[in-house]
Write a protein of this length. Structure first.
Length: 294
C-alpha cells in the first residue's frame, strides 16, 4: 500500500469515528454542562485516532462490516482519551499541553479533569455494551482487561515508579507493553472479535502483530520526544528527559532505538502472513507507526 492510499484511508476512518463521537455527545443533554465541556475537550479536540483506525483495519482484514466496528472504535478512543486526561494531571505527568491545546485540568480545573476522565471511561463501556454483537462479552472483557490493573493502569504505575531509575530493556518493554501496548493490542483484538470468535487462530496472528507494533509505537514516541518540536508534537518536547524518565533513546541511543523499532515493525508485519492480502492496511499502519512526526 503506497503512502497516498494509506493517508486517504486514515482520513476516511478518522472522519468516520469523529462523526460518531460528535454524534454521541450531540444526541444527549448534559446534566452538568461544565463536566460535559471538559469531556468534549478531552476527546473531540484533535487526536490521531490511531486506535480506532486499527479497529477498522483489523476488523476488515477478517471480514467485518464497518457498522460492526463503530462501537468498539468509539469505545477504545474514549478509554484512550480518559487515560490522557488523567496522565496529564499534576499527580501524574503534570502536563500543560495536549494535542496543541491546554490539557483538561488547565482548561478547566483539576477536579473537573478527574471527573471528566472518570466519565469518559464509563461512557466507553456504555457505548460498547449497547452494541449488538454475538461476541460482545469477549469485547467487553478485552477492553476491561486492557484498561485495568493488568493493562494500562499497571503500565502507568510502573512508569511512575521508574522515574529516576535505570531499568533494563526487558523492564522497559514490560512497562511500555502495559502502558501503551495494552490499548493498541485491545484495538486490534476488538476489530478481530467483530468478525471472529475467541479461539480463531487469526486472532492469535493479530495479537502477535499488535504486541510488536505497540512497542514500536512507544519507542518512536520516545524518539520523537528527543527529536521533535513542541509545535509539531502538540505537547512539550523533551519532557521525558526533564522528568528523568527511562526511555529507549536513553537506554539504547537514538540509532539503537530506531533500529529496535524497525525490527519490531518487521516482526509485526511477518505475523500477518496467515491473513493474506486483506492485511495490507495493517502492514501499512505498522510502518506508519515509526514514520509519523507526531
Amino acid at each position: 500500500m503506497n503512502p497516498e492510499t494509506l493517508a486517504a484511508g486514515l482520513s476516511v476512518d478518522r472522519a468516520r469515528v469523529n462523526a460518531r463521537l460528535q454524534a454521541l455527545f450531540g444526541e444527549r443533554g448534559a446534566a452538568v454542562p461544565r463536566l460535559d465541556a471538559a469531556m468534549r475537550h478531552g476527546v473531540l479536540v484533535g487526536g490521531k485516532r490511531l486506535r480506532p483506525v486499527l479497529v477498522y483495519a483489523a476488523g476488515r482484514a477478517l471480514g467485518a462490516e464497518d457498522a460492526a466496528l463503530d462501537a468498539p472504535a468509539m469505545a477504545i478512543e474514549l478509554v484512550h482519551a480518559y487515560s490522557l486526561v488523567h496522565d496529564d494531571l499534576p499527580a501524574m505527568d503534570d502536563d500543560d499541553l495536549r494535542r496543541g491545546q491546554p490539557t483538561v485540568h488547565k482548561a478547566f480545573d483539576e477536579a473537573t479533569a478527574i471527573l471528566a476522565g472518570d466519565a469518559l471511561q464509563a461512557l466507553a463501556f456504555e457505548v460498547l455494551a449497547c452494541a449488538s454483537h454475538p461476541h460482545l462479552p469477549a469485547m467487553i472483557r478485552t477492553l476491561a482487561q486492557a484498561a485495568g490493573r493488568d493493562g494500562m493502569v499497571a503500565g502507568q504505575a510502573l512508569d511512575l515508579a521508574a522515574v529516576g531509575g535505570h531499568p533494563d530493556a526487558e523492564a522497559l518493554a514490560t512497562m511500555h507493553g502495559h502502558k501503551t501496548g495494552a490499548l493498541i493490542r485491545a484495538s486490534v483484538r476488538l476489530g478481530g472479535l467483530a468478525a471472529a470468535a475467541e479461539g480463531d487462530p487469526r486472532l492469535a496472528a493479530l495479537d502477535d502483530y499488535a504486541r510488536a507494533i505497540g512497542l514500536a509505537f512507544q519507542i518512536h514516541d520516545d524518539v520523537l520526544d528527543v527529536t521533535g518540536d513542541t509545535a509539531t508534537l502538540g505537547k512539550a518536547s523533551g519532557a521525558d528527559a526533564a522528568r528523568d524518565k527511562p526511555t529507549y533513546p536513553s537506554l539504547l541511543g537514538l540509532v539503537g532505538a530506531r533500529a529496535r523499532a524497525r525490527a519490531l515493525v518487521e516482526e509485526g508485519v511477518a505475523a500477518l502472513a496467515p491473513l493474506g492480502e486483506g492485511a495490507a492496511p495493517l502492514k501499512a499502519l505498522a510502518r506508519y507507526m515509526i514514520e509519523r512526526d507526531h
